[in-house]
Design a protein around this ligand. Sequence first.
Ligand code: KIV
Length: 274
Amino acid sequence: MYTHLQRDATRPPVTLSTLARMKADGEKIASLTCYDASFAVLLDAADVDVVLVGDSLGMVIQGHSTTVPVTMDQMVYHCACVARGVHRPFLIGDLPFMSYPSREVALEHSVRLMQEGGVQMVKLESGGKQTDIVEFLAGHDIAVCAHVGLKPQSVHKTGGFRVQGRERETAARLLEEARQLESAGADIVLLECIPASLGKTISAELHVPVIGIGAGPDTDGQILVTYDMLDITTGRKPRFVRNFMEGAGDNLEALKRYVRAVKQREYPAPEHCF
Ligand code: KIV
């Protein structure tokens, strides 16, 4: 029993309690996406705190232009691959497009990500309409990350990959949604592509850890798509991406540089913010 706690006593697994303590202590949470076991081993060795098996795999692994085509079976497959490679990081898996249309279906798919995929938390792109789903999952003791701001699964409806919350009304709505999702039981809130000032406000208002991507330097943690920060992705990259391969000898060193830059608050710099 509890054998995972004995695997390496000097590097105990990151849990929600660890992340809560990091927020309380002002220690930044370094997070990255991952899709396979080989990168998972590297991320673990680099001391990344949180690993997300993101449905961004639809774009960086499968070559689609959005995350919409990603299926539940594909998410389970990639989560299981990553779970075999990580020991210390807290592991989150994305619920893909239309896998949480109702509370019951969301529960069924969350159970699959946990039991077959081996993740510790599920993430769903959330707004006001998802609070009852978050509440239902939390009521079944499933750890939930609520993804707020730019929601890539909704790009066909919202008109593209755009910064959210620039106007006063939308900023107020996003803050209110984040509050409601926390009250509903979300254990982490992830903010994507919002002004740095809003990222700061939401992080200060919420009690749970807030992890940002393109949400400024004042969130409790940062996350990037690993293929972006290792400069594997070709073409134009979002403003918030920094190339950590520059000056690094190999992938592991680049990953360690990222963790250090997040912890020491060197990343994100003003040029990475909206
Ligand atoms: O799918 C993903 O990789 C994500 C990150 C961009 C946060 O949701």
